[in-house]
Design a protein around this ligand. Structure first.
Ligand code: BJW
Length: 228
C-alpha cells in the first residue's frame, strides 16, 4: 500500500456519545424525542420558532456540562503529531474536538456555541439562550438563530472539504450512521478520488459496504487503538 500522508477524518454523533451527548438515530436518540421536521428545518423555524429555540437552548446548555472523551483526546493527539495534511470534518455541533485540543477541525453542520444574525449575517460566540430574542452583539437587531445546518440547507465549507478529499490518501469515518447527505457520500467520493477508506463505528453504518476496512465497537476503544 502506498504511504499515507494526507488524512481526512469524518466524525459524527457516535464520537461524542460516550461523553453523554445524545446521538440522533440510536434508540433513545434525539429523533425519537423530537420530529425532525418540527425542529431541524427552516420551515419549522418559521412555523414555531419558540419550539426550535427551546430545543437548541436545551442542547447548548447540556453540551457545556460535558467533557471530551478518549476518542476526542486520541484524535487531538493525532492532529498534533501527524506531519502530513489532516482535516477533522465533523458533523457534530458540539465543541469537544476543540476542547480536547484538536486544531484542524471543520464544522460542516455548524456549531451550537455560535449564533447567526439574520439581519447582519454575522456569526458570534453564543453560550446563553436565544428564546428571549437577545440583540445581536454586532448590529443590535433581535434576529439571532442557532448557527446550525438544517435539512434543506447547504452544509458549510464544502469546497474546502472536497479539496481535502481530493488530496486524501486515507479517509476515516467515525461514529456516524451514514444516513445524512452529503456527508454520507464522502466515503464514495474519497474512494473514487483514490483514498483508502476505514470505518470505525459501533455497528455497520448504512454506507459500510463502501469501506475497504471496518472495525465495530465503542469509539473510546476503537479510536485510541487506531491512533496508536
Ligand atoms: C457510536 C457510539 C459509540 C453510537 N461509538 N459509534 C434523499 C436522498 C439523498 C439526500 C436527500 C434526500 N432527501 C433529502 C436529502 C438531503 C438531506 C438528507 O441527507 N436527508 C436524509 C435524511 C436522506 N440533507 C440535507 O438536507 C443537507 N443539505 C443538503 O443536502 O444541501 C444541499 C441542498 C441544499 C438546498 C436544497 C437542496 C439540497 C443538510 C443536512 C443537515 C443535517 N443537520 C443535522 C442537524 C444539525 C443541527 C443539530 O444538531 O440539531 O445534522 S441532522 C443530524 O444528522 C445532524 C448530524 O450531524 C447528522 C448526522 O448524524 P450522525 O452524526 O450520523 O448521527 P446518528 O445518530 O445518525 O448516528 C450515530 C452513529 O454513531 C450510529 O451509527 C451509532 O451506531 C454510532 N454510535 N454510539 C461509536 N459509543
Amino acid at each position: 500500500m502506498a504511504a499515507i500522508r494526507n488524512i481526512v477524518i469524518l466524525t459524527g454523533a457516535g464520537v461524542s456519545a460516550e461523553s453523554g451527548i445524545d446521538t440522533f438515530r440510536d434508540a433513545g436518540g434525539l429523533w425519537e424525542q423530537h420530529r425532525v421536521e418540527d425542529v431541524a428545518t427552516p420551515e419549522a423555524f418559521v412555523r414555531d420558532p419558540d419550539l426550535v429555540f427551546r430545543f437548541y437552548d436545551m442542547r447548548r446548555a447540556a453540551i457545556q456540562t460535558k467533557e471530551p472523551n478518549a476518542a476526542h483526546v486520541a484524535l487531538a493527539r493525532l492532529d498534533r503529531e501527524w506531519p502530513g495534511e489532516l482535516l477533522i470534518v465533523t458533523q457534530n455541533v458540539d465543541d469537544l474536538h476543540e476542547r480536547a485540543g484538536a486544531k484542524r477541525v471543520l464544522h460542516m453542520h455548524g456549531e451550537h456555541l455560535n449564533a447567526w444574525c439574520l439581519a447582519c449575517d454575522v456569526r458570534s460566540r453564543w453560550t446563553g439562550s436565544l428564546i428571549d430574542r437577545p440583540p445581536c452583539p454586532r448590529c443590535g437587531e433581535r434576529a439571532l438563530r442557532p448557527d446550525v445546518v438544517w435539512f434543506g440547507e447547504m452544509p458549510y465549507r464544502m469546497d474546502e472539504i472536497f479539496a481535502a478529499l481530493r488530496e486524501a490518501d486515507l479517509f476515516v469515518s467515525i461514529g456516524t450512521s451514514g444516513a445524512v447527505y452529503p456527508a454520507a457520500g464522502f466515503v464514495r467520493n474519497a474512494r473514487e478520488l483514490g483514498a483508502r477508506t476505514l470505518e470505525l463505528n459501533l455497528e455497520p453504518s448504512q454506507g459500510t459496504a463502501w469501506f475497504d476496512a471496518a472495525r465495530h465497537g465503542p469509539a473510546t476503544r476503537l479510536v485510541p487503538e487506531w491512533v496508536e
